[in-house]
Design a protein. Structure first.
Length: 186
């Protein structure tokens, strides 16, 4: 797929996302679906994300894990060239990374091959597991190294396409998609 087509899709799905109402309520519903999802419940090394803009917020899950003492990991952008790592999320040590997204310092880094469940945001997903990201390639580069991880896309139902999104060799697929409306096995 050429970049012009991807950029047009990004523009379209950004507009779709802007129009979504009740973001907080739908985020709560999606979090409930994640919490009851068996793969999440059985995961020993879970990688979450901190919502950026109008993404589904996983803050409820982060708070529950902090309160219960269960470790989890958040991404930390290393530079603006698409490199990131995941570090253990320590509430008292949260700071902003190079993209101004809350993350933790570079201690207790988890290797991508040790993650067994990773939740991934996106502008759009299709029911076949294809993902359209923001365009920086951060997650696609990282997911290539997550050889054991179950990949779970998280988005609002309005961001899920019934028709395939065009992809290229750099794009990584999801195993499941979770929205406020349910779980899709890809």
């Amino acid at each position: 797929m050429d970049e012009n087509t991807k950029n047009a899709l990004r523009k379209y799905y950004r507009e779709v996302r802007k129009k979504i109402k009740d973001v907080e309520k739908m985020s709560e519903i999606a979090c409930s679906r994640i919490i009851s999802f068996e793969i999440y419940q059985k995961s020993s090394t879970t990688a979450l994300y901190w919502a950026y803009g109008k993404e589904i917020s996983l803050l409820r899950i982060c708070e529950l894990r902090w309160k219960s003492g269960f470790k989890f990991y958040l991404p930390r952008c290393l530079d603006k060239n698409g490199e990131m790592e995941f570090t253990e999320a320590v509430k008292e040590e949260m700071t902003l990374d190079c993209r101004k997204i809350p993350s933790c310092a570079a201690k207790n880094i988890i290797l991508p091959q040790n993650i067994n469940c990773i939740f991934v945001p996106g502008l759009a997903f299709d029911v076949f597991g294809n993902r359209l990201g923001q365009g920086g390639g951060y997650y696609d580069r990282y997911l290539k190294k997550c050889v054991k991880a179950v990949r779970i896309g998280v988005c609002f139902s309005a961001q899920i396409s019934e028709t395939p999104l065009e992809t290229d060799e750099r794009d990584e697929r999801m195993d499941f998609i979770i929205s406020e409306k349910g779980v899709i096995k890809c």
